[in-house]
Design a protein around this ligand. Structure first.
Ligand SMILES: Nc1ncnc2c1ncn2[C@@H]1O[C@H](COP(=O)(O)OP(=O)(O)OP(=O)(O)O)[C@@H](O)[C@H]1O
Ligand SMILES: [Mg+2]
Length: 386
């Protein structure tokens, strides 16, 4: 080969190498930029972002992780992941990560069904929400990346919400029982005080009537009118007292009281009523009777007010299994309603439900526009005292 040719070939090779070097520098620069970008993201993320290798040793620990776990990255890099977990659950986690490594999934939410707990440097534990992803390296190693969020505050808020709901429920139940007690007291006052005064008044008027002369005497007629009106008022008083506290409930029991109420309802509204009452083994105690009676009252009031029904049926059945309880069903053939829309607006349905819950039972409503309404209440006959 001629020397000039050889020189030319070498020159071409040099410039090719130079070009390659330039490209390599550019790639390196790009890599640096993208590293910096990634580092920026990792630094500002509030969540803990932690990478572990195939041996589950910590390889990367961002600032979020430092502030959540209380460790500096330098303290934990190279340490097993176990240092961030409660001791009792570390083994299970290790196995889960291994299984995930072998699985065909590339990412997964951790603890979807059960909660994940993290362990801080000071040993305290906290509830967390975490997800994991994996990346296979060219050398066959797998790098897992875990993103984890401390949900202590959220959990606390959820717990508080739950507690305040519970409190509200107790308060509602308490209010119902206060209202029942108050009604009972007023009913008694109305019945005893007003009722007796009216009886005395009527008797006195009758005595006067005997003294004012013959029955056709104008004064006698006036007194007779007063006697009639006293009788009318007495009836009203009795009705009010009975509505406040169905005395039949105490005197004759739940069935008679319900029958009476349905009869009154039918006469007052023209809506045909039907009662099917299967006597429980033992008469429900007074608290349960009142609750069932009030539920029927409210359900019937709703039928009269909203349902545009022509028929309503009340059924009470005893059920023995798994524990003795009663099932009360009120069905109307009215226009029905959209249950989702009724929520939160008024107190009738809520009050019924609270009564049932307070007695350790439950209430469900089945209704759809145009399909009538069915209210089903199940309550145990015996309660662990409260
Ligand atoms: N049997 C029924 N048929 C049709 N709609 C009903 C029936 N029962 C309830 N509803 C609907 O559900 C809503 C809620 O009932 P709820 O008893 O809670 O409240 P309300 O009767 O409107 O007021 P209140 O608080 O005085 O009872 C009613 O406004 C009505 O639209
Ligand atoms: Mg109502």
């Amino acid at each position: 080969m001629r020397i000039p040719d050889e020189l030319e070939r070498l020159r071409a090779r040099v410039s090719e190498l130079e070009e390659r070097q330039t490209r390599a520098r550019e790639t390196e620069k790009e890599l640096q930029v993208s590293h910096a970008r990634l580092a920026g993201i990792l630094n500002i993320a509030q969540d803990a972002i932690i990478s572990i290798d195939s041996e589950q040793r910590i390889r990367m620990f961002n600032r979020g992780a430092e502030s959540i776990f209380g460790y500096q990255a330098a303290d934990v890099i190279g340490q097993p992941l176990d240092v961030l977990l409660p001791k009792r659950s570390a083994r299970v986690h290790r196995r889960r990560v291994e299984e995930f490594g072998k699985s065909g999934h590339v990412a997964r939410m951790m603890g979807e069904r059960q909660q994940i707990l993290g362990r801080r440097k000071d040993g305290s534990e906290f509830p967390a929400e975490a997800s994991i992803s994996k990346l296979s390296q060219p050398d066959g190693q797998i790098i897992y990346t875990v993103i984890l969020r401390d949900i202590t505050d959220r959990k606390q808020q959820e717990d508080e919400l739950k507690a305040s709901r519970e409190e509200l429920r107790r308060l509602a139940a308490h209010m119902e029982s206060v209202r029942d007690e108050e009604s009972r007291r007023i009913a008694q006052e109305v019945h005893d005080e007003l009722g007796q005064s009216l009886t005395v008044l009527k008797m006195r008027l009758m005595a006067i009537a005997g003294e004012v002369g013959p029955p056709d005497h104008p004064l006698h007629r006036k007194v007779q009118e007063m006697i009639d009106s006293a009788s009318g008022i007495m009836q009203t008083v009795r009705r009010i007292a009975t509505q406040l506290r169905p005395s039949l409930l105490d005197a004759l029991g739940l069935e008679a009281a319900m029958r009476w109420h349905l009869q009154e309802f039918q006469e007052g509204t023209g809506i045909q009523t039907e009662l099917e009452f299967e006597k429980p083994e033992k008469e429900p105690d007074s608290q349960l009777s009142i609750a069932l009676f009030r539920i029927v009252q409210e359900a019937l009031t709703n039928v009269a007010r909203h349902a545009e029904a022509t028929r309503v049926k009340v059924e009470l059945a005893k059920v023995q299994e798994p524990v003795p309880f009663v099932r009360l069903i009120v069905t109307d053939n009215g226009k029905g309603f959209d249950i989702r829309r009724a929520h939160g607006k008024s107190l009738g349905l809520v009050g019924m439900k609270e009564r049932a819950l307070h007695l350790g039972g439950d209430l469900s409503i089945q209704s759809e526009p145009g399909q009538g309404t069915k209210i089903v209440v199940c309550v145990p006959l015996e309660r662990g005292g409260d």
